[in-house]
Design a binder for this molecule. Structure first.
Ligand code: SF4
Length: 442
């Protein structure tokens, strides 16, 4: 059934924009699936002349994101004023944090809905004819990979983080539901599953009373058609020793570990209320590197956290230098309203925090170049992502989409997106690699 716009008797068209993280993208996909099955014509982030309704699924966890999202909303308000859209709806994390203020300041917006009010948004847009049951999500990623959100919310209380206040406590999805979704995704042609949550290591604690991530990984391995399973957003937690056992014996789980550490110096970790020590984090990383020597480790660090001294920062730099992360992102601490750390003494001047971030990224650039150069001559299994000029851009199991290294392969016209190839690396840059297709197995 198609819902028609009474004014022009055409299907009601909805344009969705997603801001922020991959978890938000999955929320948009679920929302789009519901709108689509309710009879609306839905597009995601495509250039468009006109649409009846525009929905912005916002992010709001740090100041920079808030500013970026507000300017996005203002852009759409101007499109509405120019008649390119009839209705503007705003949903997501920014609404969860600042609904009243947004309603007061932005009366041009037709509706503000938090993510847990998606059913009301669908009802209001479809004049009450919401679809029965839980329609399938509408995938927005290239057809060969998809995010699998295994839980929502977070039980931890890191002193700098707003996410628990926005997304609530950790709520895991039942294992059988996730396996069923993975099977459906495989039938859609998905070959790579990327597991996400605020903290994937706490998966299952709420519904099974014990960490269930290792078991979930084993079940997902059995899903036919899925060739790569990638783990994101882990936390320095003892369950990772079990994950290591599953990963090292697996043919499908990528040798890839995304583990945002935020810092490494114990006094800073304790002030951040991270609930773990340098020793635990260091040992987990050492065990992964020792038992899976080619594992790619990704992390993020915060510089300029309240109370961070030059000595703490030197300790962080030494650790980054000695361990050698394959991927590292550094962010300047952002004091967020409502978080404990925003009220802490010894706030570090922005200039110092910025300089430390730049120093860390400069160090990481050299580390990345060094680690990349070791790949020259090697043959890697890679999946083709997209065409770019003379190249077919690909990723190996060591690279996650949108955030990591890419491999530029000269395309002789025979290479196809979504297919796996064996690529011999011919040149290594600071971050990216270049290569050519070869017949032989890695
Ligand atoms: S684990 Fe991550 S999402 Fe949870 S409170 Fe800490 S930083 Fe925030």
């Amino acid at each position: 059934m198609t819902l028609l716009n009474k004014l022009n008797n055409k299907p009601i068209s909805v344009h969705v924009t997603t801001m922020g993280c991959s978890k938000n993208l999955v929320d948009s996909e679920v929302l789009m699936g519901r709108l689509h099955s309710a009879g609306l014509q839905v597009v995601h982030e495509r250039r468009m002349e006109k649409a009846d309704v525009a929905i912005i699924n916002t992010c709001g966890f740090v100041q920079d994101a808030i500013e970026e999202n507000i300017s996005q909303i203002l852009e759409w308000i101007s499109r509405k004023e120019h008649g390119r859209i009839q209705k503007l709806i705003v949903t997501g994390c920014l609404v969860k944090r600042f609904k009243e203020a947004l309603q007061r300041e932005l009366p041009e917006v037709d509706g503000f809905y938090t993510m847990d009010q998606a059913h009301l948004l669908v009802r209001d847009l479809t004049a009450g004819c919401s679809p029965a049951g839980q329609p399938r999500r509408m995938l927005s990623t290239p057809s060969h990979y998809a995010w699998l959100k295994i839980a929502e919310g977070c039980d931890r209380r890191c002193a700098f983080c707003t996410i628990p206040f926005i997304r609530g406590k950790n709520v895991s999805r039942p294992e059988e539901e996730l396996v069923e979704e993975a099977q459906w995704l495989a039938r859609q042609g998905v070959k790579e599953l990327i597991l996400i949550a605020q903290d994937t290591t706490r998966y299952g604690l709420d519904i099974y009373g014990k960490p269930q991530l290792p078991s979930l990984l084993k079940e997902l391995e059995k899903v036919e058609g899925i060739e790569w399973i990638r783990l994101h957003y882990t936390y320095p937690d003892k369950v990772l020793y079990q994950v290591l056992e599953v990963m090292k014996d697996s043919k499908k789980i990528c040798h890839y570990l995304d583990i945002p550490l935020q810092h490494i110096s114990d006094p800073v970790l304790s002030s951040m209320r991270r609930g773990h020590t340098k020793a635990l984090a260091a040992d987990i990383l050492k065990q992964f590197r020792r038992q899976i020597p080619d594992v790619a480790v990704r992390t993020t660090m915060i510089t300029g956290y309240p109370g961070e001294t030059e000595q703490h920062f030197q300790e962080l730099k030494e650790f980054v230098e000695s361990f050698g992360f394959d991927r590292l992102g550094a962010f300047v601490y952002s004091p967020e309203e409502g978080t404990a750390a925003a009220g802490f003494k010894h706030q570090v001047p922005e200039k110092v925090a910025q300089k430390r971030m730049e120093e860390l990224m400069e160090l990481q650039k050299n580390i990345s170049a060094r680690l990349n150069s070791r790949k020259e001559g090697k043959v890697l299994k890679a999946i083709a992502e997209r065409k770019e000029g003379p190249y077919r851009v690909m990723r190996s199991q060591y690279d996650s989409p949108e955030v990591d290294t890419e491999i530029f392969v000269t395309d002789d016209g025979t290479l196809e997106n979504g297919q796996f190839y064996h690529i011999q690396i011919t040149r290594a840059g600071d971050y990216d690699l270049w290569g050519k297709p070869v017949q032989t197995q890695p």
